[in-house]
Write a protein that binds this ligand. Structure first.
Ligand code: BDR
Ligand code: CA
Length: 315
């Protein structure tokens, strides 16, 4: 058996975060060291509760869940409850989780895990980058123990919060820039999956039907949540179903061959009100700055849904 990849998942569940967590929980390739949550789609109080509900739904109540930062570094907090519902999970109700919330702060857990590890740890970020940025500021040497960071965030084309910006980078642009800077200054291995790619991974009615047909509660619950996810966005964008942004991160860790990536230099706009949260990309090398991030360019969407469906069937 191949050695498992030690993994920390930082997230703000969130419907697509929930599906990403289930995909990770179903995948034996990972040793999930902990799930940290952050304020994003909904408050951190709700994201940590939702993460525990999802671990229990996936039959993995022993996974450790930690609450992280309750607000972004500098900007005023925003939420996306109009996309994810007031409870962050499309209004689908879950039993009160029985598994405990860990007492340690999510940022301190991340640092402690990275300081004490003998193997390098991968980090998946599915929400605003506040927790990772604060960890990097508090303990910069942890980069030596990070295998890679795979992030969902940013838009090269149109954003989904403003014309320029995608939610995760808009919600905490300063944190995002701290992480991108660590890619430039400390060789932190970064991969970014932007909206341009996640908008290719649509949960069409056929793909949702395949999930609903799984012989377990997970399939039924996921199909129920996806039926009520980002309905306004789908109409405005004329999408055939909701984009599954965050599960793309876990899929990338499992099967990078489903994606094409390009390495380049990128930075996050923090100043201008008009473009705050925009990821500015130098594709040609004109800035003279060495590449600090691999940016996904495309996804094999059928391969992605085949992987997701096959894995969720195991829960
Ligand atoms: C990202 O924002 C959130 O609403 C989703 O969970 C995803 O992480 C997409 O822009
Ligand atoms: Ca998210």
């Amino acid at each position: 058996m191949l050695p498992k990849t030690p993994l920390i998942i930082d997230c703000d569940p969130g419907i697509d975060d929930a599906v990403a967590l289930l995909l990770a929980l179903a995948s034996d390739e990972f040793e999930i060291l902990g799930i940290t949550t952050v304020a994003g789609n909904v408050t951190v109080e709700t994201t940590q509760t939702n993460a525990r509900c999802i671990c229990e739904l996936g039959g993995k109540p022993d996974v450790k869940v930690f609450a992280g930062c309750p607000r972004p570094m500098l900007r005023e907090p925003i939420v996306a409850d109009h996309v994810h519902g007031a409870n962050g999970l499309a209004g689908v109700t879950f039993p009160e989780p029985q598994m405990p919330l860990q007492g340690q702060h999510g940022v301190d857990f991340m640092i402690e895990a990275l300081v004490n590890t003998t193997d390098k740890i991968a980090i998946a970020t599915l929400g605003p980058l506040t927790n990772l940025a604060i960890a990097l500021i508090k303990a910069p040497h942890i980069v030596d123990s990070i295998d890679r960071v795979v992030m969902m965030g940013g838009a090269l084309g149109a954003g989904n919060v403003t014309s320029s910006a995608e939610f995760n980078l808009y919600a905490d642009p300063h944190a995002a820039q701290v992480v991108f800077q660590a890619g430039a200054d400390q060789d932190l291995d970064l991969t970014l999956i932007t909206l341009d790619v996640t908008h290719q991974a649509l949960a069409t009615p056929e793909r949702r039907a395949a999930l609903a047909a799984l012989d377990n509660d997970v399939g039924t619950t996921v199909a129920q949540m996806l039926g009520n996810y980002g309905v306004r966005e789908q109409q405005e964008m004329r999408f055939a179903g909701p984009p599954l942004h965050d599960p793309c991160v876990i899929a990338y860790l499992l099967k990078p061959e489903l994606f094409e990536v390009q390495r380049c230099f990128a930075a996050v706009e923090t100043q201008s009100a008009l473009t705050q949260g925009r990821v500015a990309v130098d594709r040609t090398g004109e800035s003279g700055q060495p590449a600090n991030v691999a940016i996904a360019q495309s996804i094999d969407a059928d391969g992605f849904y085949a992987l997701l469906t096959e894995r969720l069937a195991k829960l």
